[in-house]
Design a protein around this ligand. Sequence first.
Ligand SMILES: Cc1cc2nc3c(=O)[nH]c(=O)nc-3n(C[C@H](O)[C@H](O)[C@H](O)COP(=O)(O)OP(=O)(O)OC[C@H]3O[C@@H](n4cnc5c(N)ncnc54)[C@H](O)[C@@H]3O)c2cc1C
Length: 373
Amino acid sequence: MTNTVTTYDVVVAGGGPAGAATALRLARAGHSVALLERSRFDRPRVGETLAPSIQPLLRDLGVWERFVALGPLPSWGTRSIWSSTEPAAHSHLESGYDSGWHVDRRLFDRMLFDAAAEAGASVSLGTSLIDSRYDGTWQLTCSNGRRITGRVLIDATGRSATVGRSLGARRIAFDRLVGITAQWSGVDVTAEQYLLIESVADGWWYTAPLPGNVMVGMFMTDADICRRDNLTASAPWRSHLQSTTATALRVDGARLPTTPRVYSAASHRLVRQGDTRPWLAVGDAALAVDPISGSGVPRALRTAEAAATTVAHLLTHPADATPLTSYESTRNTECTTYLSTRADYYDVALPHPTPFWTRRKLQHDAQACSVGR
Ligand SMILES: Cc1cc2nc3c(=O)[nH]c(=O)nc-3n(C[C@H](O)[C@H](O)[C@H](O)COP(=O)(O)OP(=O)(O)OC[C@H]3O[C@@H](n4cnc5c(N)ncnc54)[C@H](O)[C@@H]3O)c2cc1C
C-alpha cells in the first residue's frame, strides 16, 4: 500500500482497464479508493487491438498523451476472410478517428494503473482480494493478510468475476470460447498494420502486429476442441495454422519463439439477483464479450464511467439503491444488444457444418431467454 489508511470509500478488486479507470475517476472526484491488483504486470496480456473509439475514452480519462508515449502502432483497419473466400477490407478511416491501435497490453494496462495511483488511489500490486463480508461496511481480506474496510466494493476481476460470484451473483455463460495464442518475432510489420481475421472449420484466427516487430496470432475455438486437438502444444497449433490461407502466409518464415498459451474468452453476464448490498461489477466481470466484437477494452472503460457515477451517488445517498438497479438494467440491455450483434457476426460466416459453427447458431436461440431472468 502507498499509505497507511485502511478504511476507504471504495475498494476496487482488479487493476485491469475497468478497475483502473474506475479507481482513477473516483480518486479524481475526491473519494478515498484502494485498488488491488493480483499481478505485477510482469506477464504478457491479451487483447492487443484497440478500436478507434478508444481515443475519446482515453482523452476523457486524461491519459491520451501517456498512451501515445507507449508507442502504439496505428491500426488502419480489418481484413477478413469470413463470409467469403475473398478478403474483405474495412478501413478505420471511416470511423472519424483515422485509426485504431495495436498495443502491448501489459504496458497499456500498467499505464492506466499508474494513472489511477497518480490520481490518488492507494494501489497494491501482487495483492488479491480473497474474502469479502458485509456488516454495514465491507470487511475485506487481502492475500497478504491485510484487512481493509470499504463502503462500496467493486468487482473488476475480469472474466473470472471472482468477487461477485463469491457474493452469490449468478454467472450466465453463453459459450465456452477460448483463445490460444503465440507470438512471432522478427516480423517486418510496416506494411502489416491491420487486423486479419480468418474463419476455419473449428473456429477462427486473428493476427495483429505489435510494437517491436512482433506479430501475435490467436486461434479462437471452443474449450473441448482445444482439448481434443491438444492445441496448447506447439505442433498441433501450427498444424491448425496451416488450414488457413492468408493467416499462414502473413507469418510465413517468421520465428515462433513462444509456445501457445490458452485464455478463456467465454462470453458471460454476471447477474446479482436482487442483492442490494453496495457492490457492483465493472468491465468483463459484469459482461464479458467475444473478441470478434473488438469492443472489450472500450466497453471496460465505458462501464468504468457508469460505475463511477453510480458509486458517487451511493456514497452520498447510501439508502437509495435506485442507481444500482439502474446500473444493472443498463448492463442487461447492453448484454441483449451484444448477443444480437454477436449472432449477426457468426450468421454471416462461412457455413462450416462443424460443431463450432453449429453451436453458435443454437446458442443464439437459447440465449435470448436467459438474459435478465
Ligand atoms: C483472447 C482474447 C482476445 C481479446 N482481444 C481483444 C481485442 O483485440 N481488443 C479488445 O478491446 N478487447 C479484447 N479482449 C477483451 C479485453 O481484453 C477485455 O475486455 C478487457 O481486458 C477487460 O478489462 P477488465 O479490466 O474488465 O478485465 P481484465 O483485463 O481481465 O482485468 C482484470 C484484472 O483483475 C485482476 N484480478 C483478478 N482477480 C483478482 C482478485 N481476486 N484480486 C485482485 N485482482 C484480481 C487480474 O490480474 C487483472 O489484472 C480480448 C479478450 C480475450 C480473452
